[in-house]
Ligand binder design. Sequence first.
Ligand code: ACO
Length: 335
Amino acid sequence: MTLPRRTTILGAGACLPDRVVTNDDLAGVMDTNHEWIEKRSGIHERRYVDNHEGSVPLAEKAARQALEQAGIEAGDLDMVICATLSQDVDFPGNSSLLQERLGIPGTMAFDVHNQCSGFLYSLALADSYVRTGGARHVLVVGSEVHSSGIEFADRSRHVTVLFGDGAGAVVVGPSPDGERGIVAMNLCAQGAYAEKLCTLGPGSRWKPRVRSEQVPEDIFIWPQMEGKFVFRHAVTRMTEAVNEVLEQTGHQADDIDMFLPHQANLRINQLVGMGLNIGEDRMANNIERCGNTTAATIPILLTETLAAGRIKTGDLVCLAAFGAGFTWGAALLRW
Ligand code: ACO
């Protein structure tokens, strides 16, 4: 068997819920305002699902679009990887539930719980399987419903205003010509800072896991973040990760035709862009409309950027992410 030299993205899809939540809407329930949110993060609005819609229905819609664009049937998939921190239920993972919805029993399916870097880590796993012949077609999905896991109260306003719901997906497979596809990836983690951005419970370190005092007044169940610390690390680490993949492949930042960074904060991306000398003409952002959808940001942004015709065959595309863990990474793809 001849193994493929590279793994390429064959199709991409995205799903954003219909419900638009503006900064003014949030100002109606918390002590915040549009000017603060827009100035600090670039966000104008985000999407929320309606009550009790989890992240799997969004994942399914994005996945079906990616499959259609790839021109393959769900039955042609060898593997389903779901990146999420907001799974539908505590266990099993989203991948099992999505596999059932796609009607492909028996297909290998697993979750990657790696927050904002989850999509890149999942893409790396898919790439390894494809290049070593363990799988031919892999579905990689990032899907999140944050609106049910954030606190709508003043003490959490610095976190809550940032997040939105959504899903993005890609189907990957062997590169037809060995040139197009993933050229290099660089993935890192630094657990020392795990509690700089985290939600502590429910979790197995607590007995019982779901604490009896788990009531909305308990900060334990809501995300906590040291915003400035996270911000500084995001700028430094994403820049380092991009430089690392460039160095690995003998490229310069000037060679990047399109940069698709994780969408946590527009200011973070502008600073990373400044460090790499990549301006708005070579960078895509959609945080203004979507907020931070963690594992879903990159596949949503990729889908939109492709639809806008901003990526052409032969372009060098760079993806980069940073998030809780801390975890971060970058990927270079020849389109
Ligand atoms: N509305 C109005 N005022 C607010 C809000 C709000 N939503 N949030 C905080 N403030 C106030 C604070 O109380 C503070 O007031 P004070 O000066 O009177 O004490 C002031 O604004 C400044 O607050 P900071 O938190 O210091 O503001 P900062 O400039 O750091 O911006 C932000 C906050 C936007 C959260 C920024 O730190 C950031 O983007 N951090 C990184 C986020 C990120 O990248 N997360 C990683 C991905 S998420 C994941 O992996 C799950």
